[in-house]
Design a protein around this ligand. Structure first.
Ligand code: TYC
Length: 109
C-alpha cells in the first residue's frame, strides 16, 4: 500500500494557479455620522471616542467636519461590525435624548 505509486500527469505548459487559494477580501462598510441641529458637540466627540476609539483631537476634527459638511465617516468595517457600531451610536444617543443619527454605506474596495 505504502509504496503504491499514484501516477502524476504533468501536461506540457501547465501552470498551477494560486488564484483559487487566495482569500477574497470581505465587502466593507462606512459608518457615516449625520449632522443635526440639536445633538451637543461634546456628546458627538464622546461618541467618537467611546465607539470608534478616536483620540480627543481626531474626534473633535471629525465632529466639526460633520457639523460643517453634513456628514462624515467615523470608520470602515465589515458589515457586522459597522451595523453593531451604528446601533450603539443610536442607542447611546436615544438614551441621552439626542437625535444623532448615522447610516452605513458599502464602500468600493
Ligand atoms: N450640529 C450640532 C450642533 O451644532 C453638532 C453635531 C455635530 C451634531 C455632528 C451631530 O453628527 C453630528 N450642536
Amino acid at each position: 500500500m505504502a509504496d503504491q505509486q499514484v501516477p502524476v500527469r504533468r501536461e506540457e505548459g501547465q501552470v498551477l494557479s494560486r488564484e483559487k487559494t487566495r482569500l477574497k477580501r470581505p465587502p466593507m462598510y462606512a459608518v457615516i455620522l449625520l449632522n443635526d441641529d440639536y445633538t451637543p458637540m461634546e456628546f458627538v466627540i464622546w461618541i467618537l471616542q467611546m465607539v470608534f476609539y478616536k483620540d480627543h483631537a481626531e474626534a473633535t476634527r471629525l465632529m466639526l467636519q460633520v457639523h460643517h459638511e453634513g456628514r462624515g465617516t467615523a470608520g470602515i468595517f465589515t458589515h457586522d461590525v459597522a451595523r453593531t457600531k451604528a446601533v450603539q451610536v443610536e442607542q447611546m444617543a436615544r438614551k441621552h435624548e439626542h437625535p444623532l443619527a448615522c447610516v452605513i454605506e458599502a464602500v468600493e474596495s
